[in-house]
Design a protein around this ligand. Structure first.
Ligand code: PTJ
Length: 250
């Protein structure tokens, strides 16, 4: 039991979720390393949603509302940390969730599908024995995408995606939205919209923003997207990180 008054309570709660999910066989072997890297960047941005992340959330929501076939992709880490909020977002958008694992095993897919369905997911794709389409530019099982999901999608939300796949999705004509605490990652630089924030804070914010914006007219939504500059937004995150260093007292 983590005491609520512990100065690092939130961070410890997330660690506990990761440890539990690892024991349950949901995570990849290297998931804790990925989480640790995320933690380090989160520390540097101040463990809160920055103003520029809020701008990215708004652009992400606009793109998802404008999409004809939006898809929300999940992996082991996002399932462990924010499965309920992922399901809420998918239901709000009426968009399928696709299980998309870097280290794919049928056992992990089955466990993740079960969790998502228990949390109320209506349409879970990326499971075994399903019609798949090939994402050009990738080799092996990573090239497979659900025919009704990412393969057909125009806009894909892919939190914690790896650089090769993000690049391939963009090359295959998808509008890629990612959530990545590392503003220097290839995924962050390749995506159309990168939300530099923790998935646990970003996913509920996207849902809120979708609810706020969904009655806006198309021109307004397109203006939000046209006014968003991902490179500039990433630079703002880097500035926040260097300011955190500069302000630090020895
Ligand atoms: O479940 P699988 O098999 O698909 O595997 C998932 C992981 C995450 C293990 C796999 O995709 C991987 O190895 O990812 P990377 O290349 O380590 O990249 C993970 C990125 O996510 C890093 O840039 C981290 O900074 C970032 N990250 C980690 N935790 C969070 C995060 N970003 C947002 N929120 C987090 N909680």
């Amino acid at each position: 039991m983590i005491p609520k008054d512990h100065p690092r309570y939130e961070s410890l709660v997330l660690r506990a979720r990761i440890v539990e999910a690892s024991k349950a066989g949901i995570l990849a072997d290297s998931a804790m390393i990925a989480h640790g890297r995320g933690e380090a960047f989160d520390y540097l941005i101040g463990e809160k949603t920055t103003q520029n992340a809020k701008e990215a959330v708004k652009a992400a929501a606009a793109a998802l509302i404008l999409a004809e076939h939006p898809v929300v992709s999940v992996n082991g880490n996002t399932t462990a940390l924010v499965s309920e909020d992922i399901v809420r977002l998918s239901n709000t958008l009426k968009a399928p969730i696709e299980i998309n694992l870097f280290y794919r095993t049928p056992q992990r897919v089955e466990k993740i599908e079960k969790i998502l369905k228990e949390k109320g997911a209506k349409n879970v794709l990326g499971v075994e024995n399903e019609k798949k389409g090939l994402i050009k530019g990738l080799k092996g099982p990573r090239a497979n995408a659900s025919f009704e999901g990412v393969y057909k999608a125009d806009v894909v939300l892919v939190p914690l995606e790896d650089g090769d796949r993000a690049e391939a999705l963009v090359a295959n004509g998808k509008t890629v939205i990612t959530i990545d605490l590392n503003p220097l990652s290839r995924t962050a630089k390749t995506s159309f919209v990168t939300i530099v924030d923790n998935v646990v804070r970003a996913i509920p914010l996207i849902t809120e923003e979708v609810k706020k914006l969904r009655n806006c007219d198309e021109t307004e939504l397109r203006n939000i997207l046209n006014n968003f500059d991902n490179s500039l937004n990433l630079e703002k995150s880097l500035k926040i990180i260097s300011k955190t260093y500069a302000d630090e007292k020895p």
